[in-house]
Write a new protein. Structure first.
Length: 210
């Protein structure tokens, strides 16, 4: 028996899609503004912060707050439990985090596979076909990940702008949302303590300790 329902037209589908995108964009903007306006009040000397914040149908890749002002000895606790879609890291210092991020996921040639401990040579990124990136073909291509990229690092205490401290990868896809806490025991003198997300290096923030 033939259906008597009127078929949805492509124009109607396109209109609905535009309306949905606009609705979600406005909702994301409102959530972003509300999070920026919310002051991070210390609780027992601990400043509460978020590494990313996902809402319905949106992911906000931003640190809330991105600028944190502390007294010497105070702690900051970054939360990942609002991530429904994304994964992030909180990694100090920002320049080191950026270097690790840039140098992770780099294509390399590893002819001996798991028998060796490290990749044997850089991949030829000027090659014009996938098969010629490595001398032995595409089957020998691996992605070289810096060992500092994924796991937690540090002792939980920041005493200088050179301290490498990282939450490691946390969020929705890795199934781990453990809060990351750092204590800041030294005042900032020649500049703030900086941090980034190594997965999304455009996410960055700073901590000023007075």
């Amino acid at each position: 028996m033939a259906s008597t329902e009127t078929a949805t037209t492509q124009a109607e589908i396109d209109t609905y899609a535009r309306q949905k995108v606009n609705h979600d964009a406005r909702a994301a903007s409102r959530l972003h503004r509300s999070l920026l306006a919310t002051s991070s009040t210390p609780t027992g000397g601990v400043v509460q912060a978020y590494a990313g914040y996902d809402g319905p149908h949106c992911a906000l890749d931003f640190f809330y707050p991105s600028k944190i002002v502390l007294r010497k000895g105070q702690r900051v606790q970054w939360h990942f439990d609002k991530l429904a879609f994304e994964d992030h890291t909180v990694t100090f210092p920002g320049k080191k985090a950026l270097w690790v991020a840039i140098n992770s996921g780099v294509p390399v040639c590893d002819p001996d596979g798991d028998a060796g401990t490290m990749p044997d040579q850089p991949a030829d990124m000027t090659a014009t076909t996938l098969a010629t990136v490595c001398p032995g073909g595409a089957s020998q291509i691996e992605l070289d990940i810096d060992p500092r990229f994924a796991p937690p690092a540090g002792d939980g205490v920041v005493t200088s702008t050179r301290d490498f401290e990282s939450s490691g990868i946390e969020g929705a896809n890795v199934g781990n949302t453990t809060a990351f806490t750092l204590r800041f025991r030294a005042r900032t003198v020649n500049g703030p303590y900086t941090f980034r997300c190594m997965i999304h290096p455009f996410m960055r923030g700073k901590v000023i300790v007075g």
